[in-house]
Design a protein around this ligand. Structure first.
Ligand SMILES: [Zn+2]
Length: 374
């Protein structure tokens, strides 16, 4: 991970770059800020920059042996610590127990959220933690001298998950670490870090990303056009993970919109044959997507009913929906709106109970024919 691959945070990058270049990087650095803004990517870029043997233009080269080891997560002078759940019969409870999952987590998507980590660990209802065994392991590693680099780096993700026993064991080494050791802590909730640890760190606080920074990431990662990217970014609260979720939803919403409009047109035309095809198509999407489609139908029925009230502030329709609604909304009225919502709910319940989706959806289409004429 190079600085140039980290979205935004230019000021903090310059500060960190300057500290490394001038040998002024604190021995215990805390990178904090809200979730989904790329704190881990910045921490990894910093670590790679510290170790790079051929820095160019204020960035790591990405090509030297050290950089390549960083990219494949196996640099011998780089140690990762992260919260884990206890395995059934471990000798020790340390991060390395989940090394495979960790590599998958980091490689899959550098911006992955904590929830994804829980999934990969199969955490169930257990609360992940950094256990006291981990502190012993950190001390053991710190006592070894570094392999190739001048500094060993200990990157701890989510120090707020460290239990008190583990923290107490680390206090001394964080306060007076060996000359060749740098600690980088990455925290979503710095206020939840034990004060004894927190007070021993120097903080770099990252802010939420701007819509244009998120849009740039969406364009380069998902190849979506600039306008859609900006639209999605503006409703993502500065959080890349929320934005990514909105990207997949936006694709799905477009698909649902097309099917919904087609279904309503055919219902109005009493075109049973086409409705059968549409019902089959919806059924083939799978149970969960069927349920999301029905939820979309419910929101459209509601929106079109409101559209008739001529109060735009109550509507959440985009340009394409509005165009359709200008013609379709008169067909949703006080005589059929309740019936339509009831049918959507019934279909949703049937699908949830694993009924045959083709039959449920075709039945729903027939009800639409009757209700749309009411
Ligand atoms: Zn390099």
């Amino acid at each position: 991970m190079k600085f140039s691959q980290v979205i935004g945070h230019e000021e903090q990058k310059s500060l960190l770059r300057y500290s490394v270049d001038n040998d002024q990087l604190p021995h215990a650095l805390l990178i904090s800020g809200p979730s989904g803004i790329g704190k881990m990517t910045l921490a990894r870029a910093l670590a790679q920059y510290i170790h790079c043997t051929n820095r160019v233009n204020g960035d790591s080269c990405g090509k030297c042996p050290s950089c390549r080891q960083h990219q494949s997560l196996n640099n011998p002078d780089m140690h990762y610590v992260y919260p884990i759940v206890k395995k059934s019969s471990p000798k020790l409870t340390v991060s390395e127990d989940y090394l495979t999952e960790w590599i998958e987590f980091v490689e899959e998507d550098p911006m992955s959220p904590y929830e994804r980590w829980l999934e990969l660990m199969d955490a169930g209802n257990s609360q992940p933690m950094i256990y006291v065994d981990e502190s012993a392991e950190i001390l053991r590693k710190m006592h070894h001298s570094s392999f190739a680099a001048k500094h060993k780096i200990m990157l701890m993700w989510l120090p707020e998950k460290m239990n008190e026993e583990a923290a107490n064991k680390l206090l001394k080494i964080i306060e007076e670490p060996f000359e060749d050791t740098k600690f980088i802590f990455v925290s979503n909730e710095p206020q939840a870090i034990l004060p004894t640890i927190f007070s021993r760190t120097q903080r770099v606080n990252l802010k939420k990303l701007s819509p244009s920074e998120i849009a740039l990431y969406l364009c380069s990662t998902y190849g979506i056009d600039e306008n859609s990217a900006l639209e999605i970014a503006s409703i993502s609260d500065g959080n890349v993970n929320v934005a990514v979720g909105n990207v997949s939803l936006s694709g799905e919403t477009a698909e649902f919109r097309k099917i919904f409009q087609e279904m309503m047109r055919k219902a109005y035309m009493r075109d049973i044959r086409s409705l059968k095809d549409i019902a089959d198509k919806i059924a083939s999407m799978g149970r969960e997507k069927n349920r999301r489609f029905l939820a979309y139908c419910a929101s459209m029925v509601r929106e079109n009913f409101i559209y008739n009230l001529q109060t735009p502030s109550l509507n959440c329709l985009n340009a394409e929906d509005r165009q359709f609604s200008s013609r379709f909304s008169p067909f949703i009225n006080e005589r059929n709106v309740e019936g339509l919502m009831t049918e959507i709910n019934l279909a949703e319940n049937d699908i949830a109970r694993n009924a045959n989706a083709k039959i449920v959806m075709f039945d729903f289409c027939i009800k639409l024919i009757i209700l749309i004429k009411t």
